[in-house]
Design a protein around this ligand. Structure first.
Ligand code: ARG
Length: 572
C-alpha cells in the first residue's frame, strides 16, 4: 500500500532546500481535527534555516503543493500547511490493497523470522484453572498472534507449575484424607479440595508443613511412590487444562513446565556459585540483591530443595541454548514483578548479555463482583464454568433477539467465548478490572458481540452484493471510488488504512488492547457509514465502489478479531 506520509515527505523536499526526506517525514503531523486536513506540516522549525517567518514559509510551500494530483486541497493556516488527500486516489489505493492482501492485510515482515518465545497461561497443576489465569492465557495468545503477523517466528510455551512444595502438600493431604475414586471421578475439584484441606489442617498442626516439605524433597530425589502420584496429578490436571484450551482455540508448542528443568538446577546453582554470587544464610543459599534495590533471592532452601526462581533461571538458560531467541516474553501477573526483576538481574550478573531480551509483560488483577479469589480458601470461579455460562447466556440472547445464524450452537460458542476474550483485551493490560456478565454480553456496547455483529452485518451486505462484488474485487484497481464522497466513508477508509500501523504499535507495546480499540472504532464508523449511505444502489459502478469499502472494513475487522484470538462469524 502506498505510504502517503512518505509520499508527502518526498513532495515537501522539493519545495524546500536543505532537508532530507526523513527529516521532513518526522515533522509531518496528523491533525486530530480532520478539518485541518489529513496531514499537516508545521513550519516553525524551518524559520532559522530559511531566515523567514513560519507563516510565510507555510504559504510558499502550500502554493507549490497546490494542484498536486494526490491532493484534493492544500491550505495554509498560520504556520501550518494543511493537506487534504485526494479521497478518490486514497480510497482506491486502500480498497485495492485490502482486496489484494485479504487475510494478510495488516501483516508485515519486520520480524524477519527472528525467534520470539511467548510464554503464557502457565497454570499450576492440581489447582483449578480459574478466571485469574484467563488473563495470561488470552493476552499471551494475542501477543503471539500479533508477533506472528509481524513476521516473527513465535514459539508458544506453557510453563506449567508442575513442581514445587505444593505437590508435597497435595500428596500429604491425599494420603491422609483422600481416596483414589474421588480423584478419578472428579479430579480437579477433588485435588483442590485436598489443597484447601491441607491449609485448614496445618493451621492447627504446623508439623504438616514439614511433612509436605519432606515429601517434596523425596519427589525431587526421584522416589518412585511420590513420582507416581505426581505424574498422576499432572496427567489429570492437564486433561482439564486442555479442555479449556480447546474451547478457547488455543494451542501451545511446548508444555515444558517447571519439572522439565529439574535436572538442570544443579548446574544453575554451580554457575551462580562460580560467579561468586551465592551466599549462605541460615542454611539456605541466596543471592544478595540489595545493591540493586531488591530483597535477596532464595536459590535453594535449607533442606536443599529448589525454588521457583531457580527453575526460572534454568528455564531461561535452556531456552537461549535451545531456541536462541531474539526475545523471550513472559505474560505473567504484576504480582510477580519482583520475582522477574530478581531473576533477570541474576541472569545479567551471570554475564549473559541476553538478559535484556527477557521481558516480563505484567498485567493487572481480575476480580469478581463478590471480591477477589483465593485458591487457599477455595473461593474460585472455574474458567470452564465461566466459558460455559457465557455460551449458554449467548444462546438465550440469540434466540431472544431472533438473530439469524447458520448454526446456533457454533455461533453461541464463537460469540460467548469471544465476549470473554474481548473483555479481557479491551483495557490496557496493566489495569485491574472487575469481571461483569452484563457488560461483556451487551450487543450494543464496545464489546465482542458488537464487533462480531458488525462483521456479520458487513458479510450480509456483501452476500447481497453477489456478482457485483466479485467483479469489483477482480478489478479493484479500476474502482470508481469518486462515487463515494461522504465523510463517514472517508473516515472509515482512514481507519482501515491505519490498521497495519496499529498492529505494529500493539506489538511494540505488547498491548493487544490497541487492536481491540481500533476495531471497535472501525465497527462504529462502519455502522455510521451503513446508516448514512445506501450501498446496494442501481448504478453499478457506484455499487461496486461501495461494496469494495464494505469488503475492506469486513476484512480488517476479521483480521483484527483473529489477532485477538476470536472468530468472525459470517452470520449472526
Ligand atoms: N505457575 C505460575 C502461577 O500460576 C506462573 C508461572 C509464570 N511463569 C514463569 N516463568 N515464572 O502463578
Amino acid at each position: 500500500m502506498i505510504n502517503f506520509k512518505e509520499k508527502i515527505a518526498a513532495l515537501l523536499v522539493e519545495t524546500v532546500e536543505g532537508l532530507t526526506v526523513e527529516e521532513m517525514r518526522d515533522m509531518i503531523e496528523i491533525p486530530t481535527d480532520s478539518k485541518m486536513g489529513d496531514y499537516a506540516f508545521p513550519c516553525f522549525k524551518l524559520a532559522k534555516l530559511l531566515r523567514k517567518a513560519p507563516p510565510m514559509i507555510a504559504q510558499g510551500i502550500a502554493e507549490k503543493l497546490q494542484g498536486g494530483e494526490i491532493f484534493d486541497k492544500v491550505e495554509n493556516v498560520n504556520a501550518y500547511v494543511n493537506m487534504f488527500l485526494s479521497r478518490k486516489i486514497f480510497m482506491k489505493e486502500l480498497v485495492s490493497s485490502v482486496a489484494d492482501q485479504k487475510d494478510n492485510f495488516g501483516s508485515a515482515n519486520i520480524g524477519n523470522d527472528r525467534k520470539v518465545i511467548v510464554e503464557f497461561s502457565s497454570p499450576n497443576i492440581a489447582k483449578p484453572f480459574h478466571i485469574g489465569h484467563i488473563r495470561s492465557t488470552v493476552i499471551g495468545n494475542s501477543i503471539h498472534k500479533i508477533y506472528d503477523f509481524l513476521g516473527y517466528d513465535t514459539i508458544r510455551i506453557n510453563h506449567l507449575g508442575d513442581y514445587g512444595t505444593q505437590f508435597g502438600k497435595m500428596i500429604v493431604s491425599f494420603r491422609r484424607w483422600g481416596n483414589e475414586e474421588d480423584v478419578i471421578r472428579e479430579p480437579i475439584k477433588t485435588l483442590l479440595g485436598y489443597y484447601v484441606k491441607f491449609h485448614e489442617e496445618s493451621e492447627n498442626d504446623p508439623t504438616l508443613e514439614d511433612e509436605a516439605r519432606d515429601v517434596f524433597t523425596r519427589l525431587e530425589n526421584g522416589a518412585a511412590e511420590e513420582i507416581k502420584l505426581w505424574q498422576w496429578f499432572r496427567d489429570e490436571s492437564l486433561k482439564e487444562f486442555n479442555r479449556v484450551y480447546e474451547m478457547l482455540g488455543i494451542e501451545f508448542d511446548s508444555f515444558a513446565g517447571e519439572s522439565f528443568y529439574s535436572d538442570r538446577l544443579q548446574s544453575v546453582v554451580n554457575a551462580i556459585q562460580d560467579a561468586n554470587l551465592l551466599k549462605v544464610s541460615e542454611g539456605a543459599q541466596i543471592v544478595e540483591l540489595e545493591e540493586y534495590g531488591m530483597s535477596p533471592a532464595l536459590i535453594t532452601k535449607k533442606d536443599g530443595s529448589s525454588l521457583y526462581i531457580t527453575r526460572d533461571i534454568a528455564a531461561a538458560v535452556y531456552r537461549k541454548e535451545h531456541y536462541d531467541f531474539y526475545k523471550n516474553l513472559y505474560i505473567v501477573a504484576s504480582q510477580q514483578n519482583l520475582h522477574f526483576q530478581q531473576w533477570i538481574k541474576i541472569i545479567e550478573l551471570l554475564g549473559y548479555d541476553w538478559a535484556k531480551d527477557c521481558v516480563h509483560i505484567p498485567f493487572g488483577l481480575v476480580s469478581l463482583e463478590e471480591g477477589t479469589m483465593s485458591t487457599r480458601q477455595g473461593r474460585v470461579v472455574f474458567l470452564e464454568d465461566v466459558l460455559n455460562r457465557a455460551v449458554d447466556q449467548t444462546k438465550d440472547i440469540i434466540l431472544e433477539k431472533n438473530v439469524n445464524t447458520d448454526n446456533l450452537d457454533i455461533t453461541a460458542k464463537q460469540v460467548g467465548i469471544g465476549a470473554v476474550i474481548f473483555q479481557e483485551l479491551s483495557n490496557n493490560r496493566i489495569k485491574d478490572y472487575v469481571f461483569s456478565w452484563d457488560k461483556i454480553l451487551n450487543f450494543d456496547g464496545e464489546t465482542g458481540p458488537y464487533v462480531q455483529y458488525t462483521h456479520a452485518r458487513a458479510a450480509s451486505v456483501l452476500r447481497n452484493g453477489g456478482d457485483s462484488l466479485n467483479q469489483a474485487l477482480a478489478a479493484s484497481d479500476q474502482a470508481e471510488m469518486g462515487y463515494i464522497s461522504g465523510d463517514s466513508a472517508y473516515e472509515l477508509a482512514k481507519l482501515i488504512y491505519r490498521f497495519p500501523e496499529i498492529v505494529i504499535e500493539a506489538g511494540e507495546k505488547y498491548e493487544p488492547s490497541v487492536v481491540t480499540r481500533h476495531i471497535v472504532d472501525i465497527a462504529q464508523v462502519f455502522n455510521k457509514f451503513y446508516h448514512d449511505e445506501h450501498i446496494l444502489v442501481k448504478e453499478e459502478e457506484e455499487k461496486k465502489a461501495k461494496l469494495l469499502l464494505v469488503y475492506a472494513a469486513k476484512q480488517t475487522i476479521k483480521n483484527g478479531l483473529k489477532l485477538l484470538g476470536m472468530e468472525a462469524p459470517e452470520r449472526m
